[in-house]
Write a protein that binds this ligand. Structure first.
Ligand code: TPP
Length: 635
């Protein structure tokens, strides 16, 4: 095994062409084996095995800075940069992250998890290098999916016209596999496709250019040279696949085969001798070598543990459906009743469950690419015309759209519905994907209704309520988890009355106000506390904004202590908002906010993450027991 001798890129640089190919084969097998146990992002990594080998061989990391966009394709990078022995700990508590992180290795130049940041970060590094008079290459590896984000274009715009003369030295490797998580969408993606199709055109252009140059030398004369230049320009316009980049000040190379290590090394050698902004366009196949009998492109983007020989998923215990499916089914059914309802996803049809809707209502479904800000403002535009858009975006990715939410939706009081999946502790994807901030950021948005269902039926009821509410935006949040129970058909579920809480258990000593999926642990805690002689009320605070003032006033009159429980940051969360209100309405009543303390959280199973911060029945009971002793609540 060559892989056993690889401690880092230096060892890769010592290999000959044949050994590099063998190394790539071994890395691919290692990936398939390990991820079959751990689960994880397998497709993107398999697609860049040869590219990773070539980058390690052609560049001198960590002296040269290789910046991977998203980082989910970084498993082969981890294998070749000294982390192969820990690969089986991927995405587990205390183990390697599923993404690249500066704290994990000196070869990880920039942490990521969200798409589209590599070009900007790499350009920052290139600029810092020049400011400090240092000398190294900076390479940003960006997928075609990430090129549907806006951020890379801001970086291209900046980098393509930078520095002295030709512009700052930066290399962009465009890793083009035609796939985002689902097949890539949009005009840019079509453009890349046409670039690949015109490989013939590149050869043709080079040949014609050569002939013209020779003819102009032989015949001579300025006019002819000018004419030749014009002809070359026209031919370039006709055939150059990289015109977009060239026009923006980048020298374009490609498209080349991203599974051919020799070809990539040859190209990198040429590119390294040049200066200024450069783009190398490599064509790869997502999931290359994955042992599935039929291509199932989307399914192996991120995969649960599977059989390494057949690629088939390992059986899992059946149980209630995931929240994602509950939402997708509900929305699909409700669309039959609401002809103006449409749904928008930012490149996550299966992740958000909107693929279910897409099948039934293709003309009312919009995948806008990895463009959360655009998705939101696009929805605002639709809403001005009486369409009812449901924007389905993970809590963490909606952070990208914050200005659009305030500036385009909320200020204009447009009735856009935000469905935020992956809210709360996210599990194995770890710190970059945590949905811990949406309560805090949504509560701060004027006119925004902020809600969290406790179960699937309530999700349907809240969606109905949202569709009936045409006076401003409305948000719903739910986690990456199984819903607590099966859900009845949407037609059988009534709307939840706007702004109302639900009293789940009536007590008197202390009241727990639980947000969304925290209702069940709150009930468990109340039961345990009951055994200790504490009579605890439990309220389903499904409307975080506006709050149910009637029920709140009743609670503050009958309880000395209110404890809020939310699966989100305690900083400016529901508890903080409630405390601020109660301070004025019932100053004698104490409010204690339980939630996620203000720090970052590592990858681990979601249940473990929740337990770590005390968001379980036991954890909540323990905190209330301690508070009760302080407040002398026990009889
Ligand atoms: C801002 C943001 N939105 C959505 C995602 C979810 N996501 C992860 S990878 C991915 C597709 C990336 O496609 P591409 O850049 O082509 O990389 P590939 O997986 O093809 O290597 C998406 C949409 C994300 N990481 N960041």
């Amino acid at each position: 095994m060559i892989l056993d001798q690889i401690r880092g890129p230096k060892d890769v640089q010592a290999l000959d062409a044949e050994q590099l190919q063998q190394l790539a084969d071994e890395v691919r097998q290692r990936l398939i084996q390990v991820v079959s146990q751990t689960g994880g992002h397998i497709g993107a990594g398999l697609g860049v095995v040869e590219l990773t080998v070539a980058l390690c061989a052609a560049f001198d990391s960590p002296h040269d800075k290789i910046v991977w966009d998203v980082g989910h394709q970084g498993y082969p990078w981890k294998i070749l940069t000294g982390r192969n022995d820990r690969l089986q700990t991927l995405r587990q508590r205390g183990g390697l992250s599923g993404f690249l992180r500066r704290t994990e290795s000196e070869h990880d130049q920039f942490g990521a998890g969200h798409a589209g940041t590599a070009l900007s970060a790499a350009f920052g590094m290139a600029t810092a290098r020049d400011l400090k008079g240092e000398d190294f290459e900076v390479v940003a590896v960006v997928g075609d999916g990430a090129m549907t984000c806006g951020l890379p274009y801001e970086a291209l715009n900046n980098a393509g016209d930078s520095g002295e003369g030709e512009g700052r030295d930066i290399i962009v490797v465009l890793n083009d596999n035609g796939m985002s998580i689902a097949p890539n969408v949009g005009a840019i993606s079509k453009y890349f496709g046409s670039m690949v199709a015109s490989r013939f055109g590149v050869r043709m252009r080079e040949r014609v250019k050569h002939v013209i140059e020779r003819a102009s030398h032989v015949i001579g004369g300025k006019k002819l040279v000018d004419f030749a230049k014009n002809v070359e320009e026209s031919i370039k316009n006709l055939w150059s696949p990289g015109m977009l980049f060239e026009e923006l000040g980048f020298r374009y190379f490609g498209p080349i085969d991203g599974h051919n290590i020799d070809q990539m090394l040859h190209t990198f050698d040429i590119v390294k001798t040049l200066k200024g902004p450069r783009v190398v366009h490599v064509i790869t196949e997502k999931g290359k070598g994955f042992p599935l009998p039929e291509p199932d492109l989307e399914k192996y983007h991120a995969r649960a543990p599977y059989d390494p020989v057949t690629g088939k998923l390992r059986p899992v215990n059946p149980g209630p459906p995931q929240w994602t499916k509950v939402f997708g089914d509900a929305l699909t059914q409700l669309a039959a009743e609401y002809p103006d309802l449409v749904t928008i996803t930012a490149a996550m049809p299966s992740g958000t469950g909107t693929n279910i809707f897409q099948k039934k209502w293709p003309e009312r479904f919009f995948d806008v690419g990895i463009a959360e800000g655009h998705a939101t403002t696009f929805a605002a535009g639709l809403a001005t015309q009486g369409i009812r858009p449901v924007v389905a975006i993970y809590s963490t990715f909606l952070q990208r759209a914050y200005d659009s939410i305030i500036h385009d939706v909320a200020i204009q009081k447009l009735p856009v519905i935000f469905a935020m999946d992956r809210a709360g502790m996210v599990g194995e994807d770890g710190q970059t994907h945590m949905g811990l901030y949406d309560i805090a950021y949504m509560l701060a948005v004027p006119h925004m209704t902020v809600t969290a269902p406790k179960d699937g039926a309530e999700l349907v009821g809240l969606l109905r309520c949202a569709l009936a509410h045409d006076d401003g935006p409305f948000s719903l949040r739910y986690p990456r988890d199984k819903a607590p129970a099966e859900v009845p058909p949407a037609a059988e579920v009534p709307a939840i009355a706007y702004g109302t809480w639900e009293l789940l258990k009536k007590g008197k000593d202390c009241a727990i106000l639980a947000v969304g999926t925290m209702c069940q642990p709150a009930l468990d805690a109340a039961k345990a506390l009951g055994a200790d002689g504490l009579d605890v009320s439990v309220v389903n605070a499904r409307f975080l904004k506006p709050m149910d003032r009637e029920m709140l006033d009743a609670l503050t009159q009958s309880h000395k202590l209110l404890v809020t429980v939310e699966d989100g940051t305690v900083v400016n969360g529901f508890g903080a908002a409630l405390a601020a209100l109660v301070q004025t309405t019932a100053p004698d009543c104490r409010v204690v906010a339980l939630g996620v303390p203000d720090r970052t959280y590592e990858h681990a199973p979601r249940a473990q993450q929740l337990a770590d911060v005390g968001l379980t029945g036991e954890g909540i009971a323990a905190r209330i027991r301690a508070l009760a002793a302080e407040e002398s609540l026990t009889r």
